[in-house]
Ligand binder design. Structure first.
Ligand SMILES: Nc1ncnc2c1ncn2[C@@H]1O[C@H](COP(=O)(O)OP(=O)(O)OP(=O)(O)O)[C@@H](O)[C@H]1O
Ligand SMILES: [Mg+2]
Length: 579
């Protein structure tokens, strides 16, 4: 894909992509031009044949054969033009679809966290459809405009120069008129596209979180938001339709002027004896065809404006800044500190600071824990280590390299992460466990699944059973156990666990604890947990309070101190006793 930074003309980006399919594009243009010229010739020959009949010329048969011949010869060119246009626009569409898919995985986390996924669905759906229509239909209209003008002028000039000049000048009045009047179509189209994207997002939420929606009776709220966005989109679309209708009606009205003037002048010339009936017929056939084409321009111009908006939205999306990446190819520096965070301050865009001067270290082979109240910034520290967010000040080093020097994809290959929310992808259990085409024997995989308490599940579906859309067919605990196993199988150097046992009951937690011990054994790990039992055995525990590290040490050391850690332990003890 081609991008322009700064003030991009996205239409020219689309043209560059079209030109990458140049064999199809140029063939379509050539075929269309040949077809048009033959069509003009055929129209001219109608008049010639008429004159030959009226004046009983001997050349009648010859003229008639030429008329028929041009009609038959024109047809294959029309077919070639249709196929090559379709082929070219499908190629461009495929490139754009692939680019949008790729871009989605490369966008920065702050963008993804603050934007509706409905926008992306909209780019991939209706906006690409509009662009497809433009590359198929609009582009050839625009590129053959000059051929139309030159062809019409040429063929008509050969019949009667004066009538031709008057006709062309009057006809061209319609073009600026259409351009001026369809200006506001672009503004309405922008509203239409963004509201349509919003309505798609609401519909998606309604489906993905259907249990939540039903449990909290949010149907009305979701459907109100959906309907509101749809109504706003429809209002904008109706405004556009109105504008196009006014312009089209006015265009038709003005349209009669050049044709009427031409016929009047023609009849006058016939009486004068300087024009034959057949020549007038040729002029009307050529001019009339051209004029009906020109009369369609309000629609075409309005359509081009809509395509311009779709183009701006699609290429604007492809032009969004991507996740920052180092240029150097860094590797894990063995014998260096696995993670070193030094005096990091961080605020989410437009929000107040959530991390205040965080400094922490995780050495190779160490098992480190992070505890703190909800909202104290624990997950934000994990995002920092994964390179999902960039510190406002201070430094982060991962596996011996400053994080900004890392190619993030290469860095994350060495990191296994289990998040607060477990997500399964549509596919089989095996596909969900074995990421990056790992090759592990079934026996070993089954044994691991059994140790993770997934025996019953395997009995029902086996490794190649489907997990359903987003893992709908699994319980929260089962999903979490699968995601932990996924991390274990990745065999990464650094393991990040963000509350991995939060959705498990006491029995399941016990069964998974062993797996977690296996997962972290001999590895470097950072574990976030509310339950003290999960992190008691950690080599070091960092206690986070309102974005600051307030304590650091082993469980025994921290337990002896009066402080946040003991307070948290006591609270939990109390809670467990009550339960
Ligand atoms: N994408 C975001 N944009 C803006 N603010 C955010 C974002 N993510 C988190 N925050 C805010 O940053 C603060 C720290 O959030 P974080 O998720 O790191 O907390 P946490 O300690 O993991 O909490 P919990 O234990 O509930 O998971 C919170 O006040 C949260 O509202
Ligand atoms: Mg969290």
């Amino acid at each position: 894909m081609t991008f322009r930074k700064g003030n991009p003309s996205y239409v020219s980006c689309l043209m560059k992509d079209v030109l990458k399919s140049w064999p199809w594009y140029f063939t379509s243009i050539v075929a269309t031009i040949v077809y048009l010229l033959m069509d003009f010739y055929m129209r001219k020959m109608i008049g010639t044949v008429a004159d030959d009949i009226i004046y009983q010329k001997e050349s009648f048969m010859m003229s008639f054969v030429l008329l028929l011949g041009s009609t038959f010869l024109a047809s294959p060119f029309h077919g070639i033009s249709t196929y090559t246009k379709g082929r070219m626009s499908e190629e461009v569409l495929l490139k754009l679809r692939l680019a949008i898919g790729k871009k989605t995985t490369k966008l920065s986390m702050p963008y993804l966290e603050t934007h509706d996924s409905g926008e992306i669905i909209s780019h991939l759906g209706s906006e690409l459809d509009t662009l497809n229509g433009f590359t198929y239909y609009g582009l050839s209209m625009v590129t053959t405009l000059f051929v139309q003008l030159i062809g019409v002028t040429g063929f008509m000039l050969a019949v009667d120069p004066e009538i031709t000049i008057v006709f062309i000048l009057l006809s061209l009045l319609v073009l600026p008129f259409s351009i001026l009047l369809t200006k506001q179509v672009r503004r309405n189209e922008k509203v239409y596209r963004s509201q349509l994207a919003k309505s798609q997002q609401r519909a998606k939420e309604g489906i993905n979180f259907i249990t939540l929606v039903k449990a909290f009776r949010l149907e009305k709220m979701i459907s109100n938001q959906y309907e509101k966005a749809l109504h706003q989109a429809t209002d904008a679309a109706i405004k556009n339709e109105k504008t196009v209708a006014y312009v089209a009606a006015a265009g038709k009205a003005i349209g009669f002027i050049p044709l009427t003037v031409m016929i009047a002048l023609g009849v006058f010339r016939i009486f004068e004896g300087t024009l034959t009936q057949g020549e007038l017929l040729s002029l009307v056939a050529i001019g009339g065809g051209f004029f009906s084409w020109l009369q369609g321009t309000p629609d075409t111009v309005a359509y081009l404006r809509k395509a311009q908006v779709a183009c701006e939205r699609v290429y604007g999306f492809l032009d969004l800044p991507e996740e920052e990446n180092g240029t150097e190819t860094k590797r894990h520096q063995k014998d260096s500190c696995m993670v070193k965070i030094d005096d990091v301050h961080f605020a989410y865009p437009g929000e107040k600071e959530v991390l205040y001067g965080i400094s922490m270290e995780i050495s190779e082979g160490e098992s480190v824990a992070l505890v703190g109240a909800s909202g104290s910034g624990k997950s934000s520290i994990i995002k920092l280590i994964c390179g999902f967010i960039t510190p406002d000040s201070g430094s982060v080093e991962v596996m011996g390299n400053p994080i900004e020097d890392w190619n993030k994809e290469a860095m994350r290959r060495n990191i296994a992460f289990v998040g607060q929310e477990s997500h399964l992808f549509p596919g089989t259990l095996r596909e969900n466990l074995l990421t990056n085409h790992m090759n592990i024997e079934d026996e070993k995989l089954m044994a691991l699944c059994k140790r993770a308490g997934l025996e019953a599940l395997l009995g029902e579906r086996g490794l190649d059973g489907s997990v359903g859309e987003a893992g709908f067919q699994f319980s929260g605990g089962e999903k979490q156990r699968i995601t932990i196993l996924r991390a274990l199988l990745k065999d990464a150097d650094l393991i990040l666990l963000d509350e991995p046992t939060s959705a498990l009951d006491a029995v399941s937690e016990e069964s998974i604890q062993e797996c977690l011990r296996m997962l972290t054994k001999g590895k470097t790990s950072l574990t976030i947990a509310h339950r003290m039992a999960t992190i008691k055995n950690a080599d070091r525990i960092y206690v986070l309070h309102q974005g600051r590290i307030v304590q650091c040490g082993s469980h025994d050391e921290l337990f002896k101190q009066e402080g946040q850690y003991r307070k948290m332990l006591k609270l939990q003890e109390l809670k467990e006793r009550v339960i």
